[in-house]
Design a protein around this ligand. Sequence first.
Ligand code: ACO
Length: 704
Amino acid sequence: MSDLKSLFEPRGVAVIGASHNTRKIGYRVVDNIVKGGYKGGIFPVNPKAGRIAGVDASRSINEVIGEVDVAVIAVPAVHVLDAVKNCARKHVEHLVIITSGFSEIGNNEEEREIVNFARDHGMRVLGPNIFGLYSGRVSLNATFGPSDITKGSVSIVTQSGAIGIAMIGKTAYEGIGLSSVISVGNKADLDEADLVEHLMHDDDTRAILMYLEGVREGERMVSVLEQAARTKPVVAIKSGRSARGAAAAASHTGSLAGSDEVFDGIMKQCGVMRAETIEEALDWCAFLSRAPEPKNDNTVIITNGGGVGVLAADASEKYGVHLYDDASVLHDAFGANVPDFGSTKNPVDLTGAATAKDYDSSLSTALNDPRIGAVICLGCETAVFDAKQFTDVVKKKYADFARTKPVVFSLVGGAAIEQGITTLRQNGVPAFSDVNDAVSCMGVLFGHRRFMRQPVKDPERVPLDVQIIGSVIASVKGDGRNFMLANEARQVMEAAGIALPESLVAKNFGAAVEAARGIGYPVVMKIVSRDIIHKSDAGGIALNIENDDEVVDAFESISRNCKEHVPNAHIDGIEIAKQVPKGIETIVGARRDPSFGPIVMFGLGGVYVEIMKDVAFRAYPLSRAETMSMMGETRSYPLLLGARGDERKDIETVTDVILRLGTIVKECPEIADIEINPLVVYDQGEGAKAIDVRILLSQNESKG
Ligand code: ACO
């Protein structure tokens, strides 16, 4: 783990490129440091010296008298390396390089040179191409963003500078307190994983928000995030739903593994909550950083409108908020607050006649009843609903709730209501105009609590005969191919202990008939050709072959179809395989993701897989329980559980196959992608059969 203490608590900060010009970045940084109230040494560095933002400047960092742990660099790109060299002489520990003009515009070499030099001289680099760093612990605002930052307990790590600056502005307006803000920019050295690793041990930080565009060193990131999410809530927002790489991929796993879906699955695996928008991410973090730990899951909705109550109940189901449903307890608790024509069931409906006073008393009831763990309070504008009075009650009540019980508010109505929401939010009250926004905050609070309570899941290690697989790979490469033929894929599956239907490859009619008789009818026949990857498109598959004559006919038609479809195709033979009984068709796969390394996939298989896109992903290694969670995320999972009175299917075998595929990809770096589609799954205890297996080698490896 990198020691970043002195980055966040430096004894002194130099600003190289501090400017006399108040409009320049180098001036703004010094000015922000001074205005922010940082008590350590502030050392502007400028060739003309003089005074900058009221502080004496030095001509060079080497003239500075005092310890400098952090140097902020804001000189043009051509001067950065020299500045870094000077910092090394001054024994600076951390460089915050604001300057742009490096890898983001293809200037990778200079960036590498700077980082290598820095690392060789014991310095770590934040950036380049960043807006700086804010550390609430020492009131250090070493950014050129807004000077107004409210101190608090949310930390923001952002890859986008502009969004980071905008978030600072928004948090200041909304009164959301920050413990740190770190712009990572090009991540030439320190990246999100380093920073999250530091922040998870930072007592001032109660929630971490990450804005990401791309992920570097995903395998490390997964392990850091998994640990971090067990210490405090981590919220991620990621842009760039890139299909890069997916289009070119020759497998379903590849084309389904758009980086976004993979990211989504992996964030769930790590217990990181993924927000859709900046607003949502900030709302969640503000709430998570302030809400007390709920004593139990029983959540009660208090409303004056049936409609919004139902909306909130729906949203509770969506976001995993448990609504307390003990009717007698609820009646006992709220009977005195609710008129006869209202309802004490959850949602507790105070009716449209409810006044601020009625809310006051029912909120008090909810707050004081130990059987209730959390409260969602809704208010609709009505003739008797006074927004001002309501706002005052909420402000007062929230102060009581703040340390005891999580509560969120949603108010729906006109200008007075909107004004009330703004006032409440600026006072730190979690108030929203949209019911969903309020409930989602409660949802992430409970979601994080559930994650924290899960036992740590140890990744499952599957023993594998890599030697056999290695020799198959060598022969495929020797043949100049980057994909395996059916018989080669079979050898890999057998080495991994994955069951396939019995099969043989025949090169002529006679051998085909003999094979079919040996295997036993019915059989299926499939072309085996290095030139035909999509067998059914080429007419290279025949099913339900019942007798010798049909074997001969199918042999002829498959050969003819494939020659017509790919005229010069080299035909290695035709595979005769036992036709397996029907079962649930699933797709399972594993591949090497450019960001996250080995990943695994599960979904509903067969021909509709790309239309339904009912798939889920996880990073490998993973535990059996996590593999099951991945499967449980798909819409088709109930089919495996035994939908409509059907038997439960052999979920354990599917889990096993997924873990074995992940192990193959992890332990055999030359294998880029494995997919079984379909993997036909039978009733519990009866296993599963891999019907079609596709294995691709990495292009580079196969060339090499
Ligand atoms: N040591 C100390 N001071 C120096 C040195 C040096 N080696 N060289 C120059 N300086 C001084 C200059 O004299 C000048 O001070 P002055 O104005 O008093 O004369 C000051 O440093 C700045 O130098 P300039 O040449 O005027 O450079 P300028 O301020 O125009 O630009 C900057 C420098 C800001 C680093 C620019 O090159 C740059 O990269 N801008 C983009 C920054 C950015 O956007 N980062 C990403 C943020 S994230 C986002 O998108 C919001």
